[in-house]
Unconditional design. Structure first.
Length: 223
């Protein structure tokens, strides 16, 4: 556990330019507090003290605004940035070096029993407000765009945006009609629906120009 805690502190220093020291992370970062309390709650949960584990997780939720079920499995190096409103369900599994931004949800889709929350691979980024819902896997090195709603499995090395989520990159190559080269960040995201609408509007404009040309030609021939 202590090895994981040291790794949790180190990844925050590496990924957040606002983090200036280990002491600042320990005292001021709610994401770190939530992960730390989850590791304690998870230990009690595995030992069979489920009520104590739930009490710890509820206290953590009250203090940090981040809700992590004590049964959730979390690897090393999880960074929850800001974190307010993050929800991680009971059967969720999170790999190593994952980054989750505020308002993200790893949830289920109903009252199923057994595995009902997602499995997140290593080195995954889940952006602000994203919802990953269901018992499927998000592959290693994938990125979920802000406010995306992901309802099905995501292969490794993909970027997903939209509602419902659509894969717009795979193995760092575009798989949708997107014109400008653009990296995934919290502001600029590929939007395949908007690009398709632009293409439709462009085709309509081209057809209208062609119709005008034909009308002029027809009128000249009539005269």
């Amino acid at each position: 556990m202590f090895k994981r805690i040291r790794k949790d502190i180190q990844v925050i220093l590496e990924r957040d330019p606002a983090a200036r020291s280990k002491l600042e992370v320990i005292l001021c970062y709610s994401g770190f507090h939530a992960v730390l309390m989850h590791r304690v709650a998870h230990w009690f949960y595995n030992k069979g003290f489920k009520l104590i584990a739930r009490l710890i997780s509820q206290f953590s939720r009250f203090m940090t605004g981040i809700e992590i079920h004590p049964a959730a499995k979390i690897g090393e190096g999880l960074f929850i940035d800001h974190g307010m409103g993050v929800v991680i369900g009971e059967t969720a599994e999170i790999g190593d070096n994952v980054t989750i931004y505020q308002g993200a949800t790893l949830g289920g889709t109903g009252k199923e029993t057994g595995k009902r929350h997602p499995t997140i691979g290593n080195n995954v980024v889940i952006s602000t407000g994203a919802k990953v819902l269901g018992p499927f896997k998000v592959g290693d090195n994938s990125k979920i765009g802000a406010n995306a709603v992901v309802l099905s499995e995501v292969p490794p090395n993909c970027t997903v945006v939209g509602v419902p989520g659509r894969i717009v990159r795979k193995d760092n190559k575009r798989v949708a009609s997107v014109r400008d080269e653009i990296d995934l960040d919290q502001v600029r995201l590929p939007d395949p629906m908007a690009d398709q609408l632009k293409e439709i509007i462009q085709r309509i404009n081209t057809l209208e120009e062609r119709i005008k040309e034909l009308e002029v030609r027809y009128n000249n021939e009539t005269v």
